[in-house]
Design a protein around this ligand. Structure first.
Ligand SMILES: *[C@@H]1O[C@H](CO)[C@@H](O)[C@H](O)[C@H]1NC(C)=O
Ligand SMILES: *[C@@H]1O[C@H](CO)[C@@H](O)[C@H](O)[C@H]1NC(C)=O
Ligand SMILES: [Cu+2]
Length: 253
């Protein structure tokens, strides 16, 4: 009887776990003007000697950040003892202002509905050494959330483009070295805080061109998102109203 009970209990938990056991994801490749830059691959890169040089800052794995007060929410670089997260990558891509960047996500689980959002931040010095910390340096350049028909950017939208997310570097943006902070926020457990799952990627680029435009308001990561930010707590299964994408308005130059 004990064993029957234990088996039933195990089956119960296994059954419960199935919907939440999945692959999550990250940006595995970046394409600019048909040049491919392999992303930081958390399950193979650390085991090479030397470690391959990437334009994306290192991440610990394919999992999310849910505590939005941590530096981890910036680039998915984790806080570990003296380590500060967002560790710079050794190289960067060159992108002309006005060009598209194509970000190739690993296969994204259908359950992980939510918005896709992209920020940029201008490095005050060498991007391969810059840690933004908690400074307000980020501005939003693109966002997509819930469409009028109720479908979501991270699932229906991303599937329709074969897992390639595309955004445009603002054409008038002034040249310089920037971090592109791109994220999916998965909302399948976002009916409470903590619950929303943030999957950020920080991509290092040098923007070229003759633009002179630059935004005037900025947010910080951590800081931009809290439990009270519209769109962080949201019952995606029952709420039929419009979804408020977290963070500031898009700046497009
Ligand atoms: C995205 O990256 C994967 C893994 O490298 C690759 O198999 C796939 O072809 C890429 N997709 C595109 C459209 O480049
Ligand atoms: C639906 O979401 C909106 C935006 O977050 C919120 O203002 C509203 O209260 C939610 N509705 C319900 C019934 O929870
Ligand atoms: Cu997940």
């Amino acid at each position: 009887m004990f064993y029957v009970g234990l088996t039933a209990l195990t089956a119960f938990f296994v059954g419960l776990r199935i919907p939440s056991v999945h692959a999550h994801g990250y940006v595995q490749d970046v394409v600019v003007d048909s040049t491919h830059y392999t992303g930081y691959l958390p399950y193979s890169d650390p085991y090479y000697n030397p470690v391959p040089e990437r334009i994306i800052r290192a991440i610990p794995g394919n999992g999310p950040v849910t505590d939005l007060s941590l530096i981890d929410v910036q680039c998915n670089g984790y806080t570990d003892g003296g380590v500060i997260g967002s560790e710079p990558a050794p190289i960067y891509a060159t992108v002309a202002a006005g060009d598209e960047m194509h970000l190739n996500w690993t296969t994204w689980p259908d359950s992980h509905i939510g918005p896709m959002i992209t920020y940029m931040a201008l490095a005050p010095s060498d991007i391969t050494e810059w840690l933004p910390g908690t400074d307000a340096v980020w501005f939003k350049v693109a966002e997509a959330g819930k469409a009028a028909d109720g479908t979501w950017a991270s699932t229906t939208g991303l599937t329709a483009t074969d897992s390639i997310y595309t955004f445009t570097v603002p054409a008038t943006l002034k040249p310089g070295q920037y971090i592109v902070r791109h994220e999916i926020i998965a909302l399948h457990a976002a009916f409470v805080y903590p619950g929303a799952q943030v999957y950020p990627s920080c991509i290092q680029i040098e923007v070229t061109g003759s633009g002179i435009a630059f935004p005037t308001s900025f947010v910080s990561f951590p800081g931009a998102y809290t439990a009270d930010t519209p769109g962080i707590v949201y019952d995606a299964y029952t709420n039929t109203s419009a979804y408020p994408i977290p963070g500031p308005a898009v700046w497009s130059g």
